[in-house]
Design a protein around this ligand. Sequence first.
Ligand code: NDP
Length: 400
Amino acid sequence: MGKVMVVGCGGVAGVAIHKICQNSDVFSELCIASRTVSKCDALKEKLQGKTKTKITTAQVDADDTAVLTALIRKEKPDVVLNLALPYQDLLIMEACLAAGVHYIDTANYEPEDTAKFEYKWQWEYRERFEKAGLTALLGSGFDPGVTNVFTAYALKHYFDEINYIDILDCNAGDNGYPFATNFNPEINIREVSAKGSYWENGRWVETEPMEIKRVYNFPEIGKKDMYLLHHEEIESLALNVPGIRRIRFFMTFGESYLNHLRCLEDVGMTSIEPVMYEGRPIVPLQFLKTLLPDPATLGPRTKGKTNIGCIFIGKKDGKEKKLYIYNTCDHQECYREVESQAVAYTTGVPAMIGAMLVMNGTWRKPGVYNMEEFDPDPFMDALNKWGLPWKISENPELVD
Ligand code: NDP
């Protein structure tokens, strides 16, 4: 039994908070702290009375570390679950160190003025967390997150060595809009408009955005176009999987999404460089975000399924082996349960599980860790229990 503080109250936090409240044997207390406190209050209103978890709310701007530190000291949570934006990661880690509290997030730090995300900034905190006797668990969403745990599980139970990993993220959901993003539009568009890259033979290979396309026949969904992207879990898996030769990440996109994205890019609307508008600077991508549907409102309109998983090729007892571990999730079932679509659901559930395992001591070790560095079994059991059951195929179709 313990207390969690969730920072942020957007799409992903909404799901994680529902799940925390379903799991009140572990989370006896919850403080929801975010920039717009009315969102926190509305969620508290909805959940109070339906859960044994005691809920409080607080207004906080996580960009102000001193204010956040004071709030953490006052609320005394056992863990802080950061579900704000990647820009706040380092500031929230600082506050956790100052207040002596464990830290969990779902996305790695990204400086606001450069669309480049990598782990080096957060890994630099290793010694400080070790010395403080605190755990920082990085990337406890689905990808990164569950995909790292799938890898650790495959390595532990099925392989002597894994040589090739293809991570496939398919969202076959239709929200009825010609163009909408399923999570924070700014973060999402920065990710998909960046150059692609994959890891091969000990080095990064860079591609143009959306240069590499494949078609894959996803279980329970069917054939979809998917494109190679750079993705953050590749960076840690490349270090933590012995014998690895290549790691790629593919995400599906429909034609309408890509046509809109190309057009917006061509006119400069996805740029993060400020431009002058009526005498003041505005960032085109941030302006675009204000025009796009809020991902938190897509739930009732989204139909279809997601399928996210990893295909592994490696060796067991000297013989080549392949394995596919994946989860499928239905947008409407998620909405019925927690009033949210599956992209937020598949991120919010693992966020709750990561916070639970750190809080109850199962995954607690002083330092800064990626998900594959812990025993995958308790996490895999929790996925089955908390709404993201996974499947294994020992003879999957491969990606060429
Ligand atoms: P949203 O934009 O819906 O929510 C972000 C929340 O953080 C909002 O409530 C926002 O407040 C709050 N916030 C932003 N800045 C601050 C601040 N300075 N201080 C306090 N609160 C702040 O984003 P999502 O829920 O879609 O995404 C949340 C995180 O999850 C992101 O980091 C995203 O990258 C990550 N993610 C990870 C995935 C994975 O699989 N690993 C997949 C999808 C997302 P306000 O309400 O005022 O705007």
